[in-house]
Unconditional design. Structure first.
Length: 268
């Protein structure tokens, strides 16, 4: 039986974690949480300089370790490159305990001029690539998982996939709603392979994607959250550590709103 004390129940020590878009924003918050608690984190992003800087800062913290593999998720061939890179770094007995599908993009434009290009870019990155990357690393997840302690897929969704947002981000909202359901479909399919799939539907966090919105509307956004603030690094890192540890081993197919209660806040 696994340890029931906090140090055992919530431990992610020595787990191998892949965080897409892990150098910046929410991805960086998640990477920091895992490294601070003894995990080995691979960051994947197309910005090699940002990845190198993030790894340098994360490794200075000690406990865990961070490495990066450069991958541009707009390029389908980079998915195989990433899976092969993990295999090469970890060796023949490569195991991936946790995959965090965090990379994403947004496109805001008025309804009357919202372009086809936006749909292609946003749906490709936020939905299609999540499926394809998960598919590509499934053998590594299966190698890590067991009946009692499965491997984990954690998908970073959005409250905008659960509600109708005020901003004109049509492809983003649709992609996140699709991601939430894809995650449930994967949960049913991968569960028998000892891999769970869950989604964190994130509310507002201080990230590159949210930067301009927060600069303009921070007071309004915080006013719409019952807890009166935006999310902190500890909030999203803590949720991922819970889902990634023994404590979260029986959670499968869940969409968890990580939003301070914004979804349940009455506007009138």
């Amino acid at each position: 039986m696994a340890s029931m004390d906090i140090s055992g129940l919530f431990s992610v020590k020595d787990k191998v974690v892949l965080v897409t878009g892990g150098a910046k924003g929410i991805g960086r918050m998640i990477s920091t949480g895992f490294v601070a608690n003894g995990a080995k984190v691979y960051i994947a992003s197309r910005d090699a300089a940002a990845c190198a800087q993030a790894c340098k800062e994360l490794n200075a913290m000690g406990k865990g370790r961070a490495e990066y593999i450069t991958a541009d998720f707009y390029k389908e061939e980079d998915l195989k490159k990433l899976a092969d890179g993990l295999q090469q770094r970890e060796g023949s007995k490569c195991k991936l305990h946790i995959l965090v599908n965090n990379s994403g993009s947004n496109w805001g434009e008025s309804y009357d001029s919202y372009p086809s290009t936006a749909w292609d870019r946003v749906l490709t990155l936020n939905l299609k690539r999540v499926f394809q990357l998960t598919q590509a690393v499934t053998p590594l997840l299966e190698a890590a998982g067991s009946k009692e302690d499965p491997a984990r897929v954690i998908n970073i969704g959005s409250v905008d996939g659960l509600r109708v947002p005020g901003l004109e981000t049509f492809a983003y909202s649709a992609s996140k709603a699709g991601l939430h359901h894809l995650s449930r479909v994967l949960a049913g399919h991968l569960g028998p392979r000892h891999v769970t799939s869950n989604t964190l539907a994130c509310g507002p966090f201080q990230s590159k994607m949210m930067k301009a919105t927060l600069e303009k509307f921070k007071d309004v956004i915080e006013g719409g959250v019952p807890l009166g603030r935006i999310g902190s690094p500890e909030d999203v890192a803590g949720a991922c550590i819970w889902l990634g540890s023994r404590a979260g081993a029986w959670v499968n197919g869940a969409t968890i709103a990580l939003d301070g209660g914004s979804l349940v806040s009455a506007k009138l």
